[in-house]
Design a protein around this ligand. Structure first.
Ligand code: ADP
Ligand code: MG
Length: 669
């Protein structure tokens, strides 16, 4: 790429030099945007600048852009947007361009068709979009996007983002207080994330011949192709030229929006890919991830491909995740999870181990919430299979950090310095070089990897707002508890030692895929929730209502709303999958088998069983029980039905088989 292209980075984002140019004309500068107070004091000026910038970029339209509740894994509608022209019509009947601060910072919208989990009745459906000044305004196509929260007339969060911002606020407050108690003054604490996004790219014409993929994002049937991932020859292989051109175009569009999709590579399953951005502040990273997913979807269509984000689109090969790399930083840019950096910046060697003790206690106490935040229909297939961490929440710290914390609780630790070793290749002309003395652990749901934790169990299709709301909340809660004790007169080191003793059991450095780990985890009494629907219900457990309520993040009603929306969403997803299967059976597969003069008895039986299972779901009134029945339908009944279909596919002549096969879907090259 030329340096000319470099200058385009973030050119469609209203920050830095881009914003400065237009704000100068209003007698202001981009520095104004750093303090969210501008929303109250200078909104008119910013609005005028935004509109002028928009029009210079051929964007005559604006939208309040928000994250509706429960849009996890929905192909369309991960974000909400109603587009409006900037202009009204003047007396002369011509467009009269005007955009004032009031209009920019808040909007009243109906939005009543969204699920709200009982937070508002149909006849009192006022919903408000209000600007989130922590995430930059950007242009996509002809539309200026204004990142917003979405709340009801009663102030309840109707979206995924409001609780996240509240959780960041709690983390900031408790983080600053905690560090002050340890003798280190900072202006703020925030969480930083980098999301590794996995996805599949499949030929669009084959995709169009799969009702299940089109409707639900996953194949409910399909015989494995003769070749899968047994050679591991896809992993990190050169990108096939068709996919490469498409991914380049995705990266270019993201680049203009200031989304640094830094890494791209093939993943282990055929036609599976990954992109990862350079990490940053959690709230804007999530906005960027949601927009990146939209870009991938749209660009893939232009290239004759379909982009699949669902966690398990194909049986028999790996599914997709979205590793949520997570760290804590000060507003000054110090990484609190980097032992050397924080010790040097603060001059206090206790901060790192005391903070680690707080985090270990948070994971042990609230592993149920971490599990709940990753409960989604697609993730139900992934968690526990040998490709994603198990549904047991533990943390891997690695031997050296574990030993350091063990020494620390015994009072014999000094500074933590991760050991290094010299790597020798045995080739004289290749120099030896230094590497961490410890390997990584990819079987842990929440391993520490040097300077960050990696929440590996997160699903690829998820909006990760709730995931990060939980991480911020449980951290804020642990820091608050530590501060309370310290302020009551206990020594920070003693508080940390007690916490480590109490929560040591959640540290697990072994192989999480090992079947014996399940028994061991049960013995230790750490959180293990295999059933995704059960995990959803945890949001409103008494302990969690207290946690979120106490930190001002979510009220009981807001938690119940999320839980209920998740149940309904789960059931809805399964209904679509079952109905797709029924249609494919009745309208495509059974007729094809008849044409081939092949036996259809097992297919008829499969059809009946799925129909019956679906009827049972429909007859159940209670939404939690309904979701449980739906779970049984897809994981047991539909799985049995699948076997009949896949057996039929094996014997049906190819020219009569009516739906796209795994061979056609998975091998672009
Ligand atoms: P891996 O080798 O684990 O697959 P990748 O390079 O694919 O690593 O992705 C790692 C992600 O973690 C990137 O998005 C990167 O920016 C992010 N990351 C790195 N350091 C931090 C940190 N301190 N806090 C949060 N995210 C980080
Ligand atoms: Mg990666």
């Amino acid at each position: 790429m030329s340096t000319g292209w470099d200058a385009q980075f973030g050119s469609k984002t209203f920050t830095g030099a881009v914003a400065d140019k237009y704000l100068k004309k209003q007698g202001e500068s981009a520095a104004l945007l750093a303090d969210p107070k501008w929303v109250e004091t200078k909104a008119d000026k910013v609005a005028a600048a935004v509109m002028e910038w928009g029009r210079d970029n051929e964007a005559n339209v604006y939208t309040h852009w928000f994250q509706p509740l429960g849009a996890n894994g929905v192909r369309h509608g991960m974000t909400g947007q109603v587009h409006n022209y900037f202009f009204t019509f003047g007396k002369d009947g011509k467009p009269n361009y005007k955009f004032d601060g009031e209009t920019m910072i808040k909007g009243e919208t109906d939005g009543s068709s969204y699920p709200n989990g009982g937070l508002r009745a149909t006849h009192t459906a006022g919903g408000y979009t209000i600007i989130d000044p922590s995430s930059p305004i950007f242009i996509r196509g002809d539309t200026v996007h204004i990142p917003c929260i979405f709340i009801s007339w009663t102030g309840h969060a109707l979206d995924e983002k409001t609780p996240l911002l509240r959780a960041e606020q709690a983390l900031n407050k408790e983080g600053v207080r905690f560090l002050k108690n340890l003798g280190y003054d900072v202006s703020g604490v925030q969480s930083n994330i980098g999301l590794e996004q996995e996805f599949f790219l499949v030929p669009r014409d084959a995709y169009a011949r799969r009702l299940d993929l089109q409707m639900t994002g996953r194949t409910v049937i399909g015989r494995m192709a003769p070749r899968g991932q047994e050679m591991c020859d896809h992993y990190f292989a050169p990108l096939n030229q068709h996919a490469l051109e498409c991914i380049k175009a995705m990266q270019e569009e993201a680049f203009l929006l200031g989304i640094p999709l830094k890494t791209r590579h093939r993943e282990v399953a055929p036609n599976q890919y990954e992109m990862a951005p350079y990490f940053g502040h959690c709230t804007s990273q999530i906005d960027q991830n949601l927009m990146a997913m939209q870009i991938c979807d749209e660009v893939a269509a232009r290239f004759g491909l379909a982009c699949l984000f669902q966690e398990k689109p194909f049986a028999g090969i790996n599914g997709s995740g979205k590793h949520n790399n997570w760290s804590l930083g000060t507003k000054e840019g110090i990484n609190l999870l980097n032992a050397a950096q924080i010790t040097k910046a603060s001059g206090k060697k206790e901060i790192f181990p005391v903070l680690m003790a707080a985090l270990v206690s948070a994971v042990d106490k609230h592993g149920d919430l971490m599990r709940s935040a990753i409960a989604s229909p697609g993730n139900d297939f992934r968690l526990g299979a040998c490709e994603a961490p198990p549904a047991i929440i533990s943390t891997y710290l690695g031997d050296s950090l574990t030993k350091f914390l063990d020494d620390f609780r015994k009072g014999t630790a000094d500074n933590y310095a991760p050991p290094k070793k010299m790597l020798k290749s045995g080739v004289d002309i290749v120099p030896d070089f230094e590497v961490p003395a410890e390997d990584r652990n990819r079987t842990s749901p929440f391993p520490y990897g040097g300077h960050r934790f990696e929440f590996r169990a997160v699903g690829s299709a998820q909006n990760v707002s709730l995931v990060n709301t939980v991480l911020c909340a449980i951290t804020a809660d642990a820091l608050r508890e530590f501060s309370d004790k310290i302020e009551a007169g206990q020594k920070p080191v003693d508080v940390a030692k007690q916490a480590l003793d109490q929560h040591w059991r959640v540290i697990f450095n072994g192989n999480g895929y090992d079947p014996t780990w399940k028994d061991e985890a049960n013995k230790r009494g750490i959180w293990r929730i295999d059933n995704g629907v059960e995990a959803m219900g945890k949001l409103t457990d008494e302990k969690n209502v207290k946690l979120f309520g106490g930190l001002g993040i979510m009220s009981k009603e807001e938690l119940a709303a999320r839980r209920d929306v998740n149940y309904v969403h789960y059931t809805g997803m399964v209904e679509m999958e079952a109905l797709s299967l029924l249609d494919m059976l009745r309208q495509q597969i059974i007729p094809a088998m008849k044409e081939a003069a092949l036996d259809c008895k097992s297919l008829e039986a499969a059809h009946q069983a799925v129909r019956k299972g679906l009827d049972a779901v429909h007859h159940e009134e209670d939404i939690a029980k309904k979701a449980q029945l739906a779970r049984t339908l897809r994981l047991e009944i539909m799985d049995e039905a699948r076997k009949a279909c896949d057996a039929a596919e094996e014997i049906c002549p190819a020219h009569l088989w009516p739906i796209a096969t795994y061979k056609e879907l998975l091998f672009l090259d």
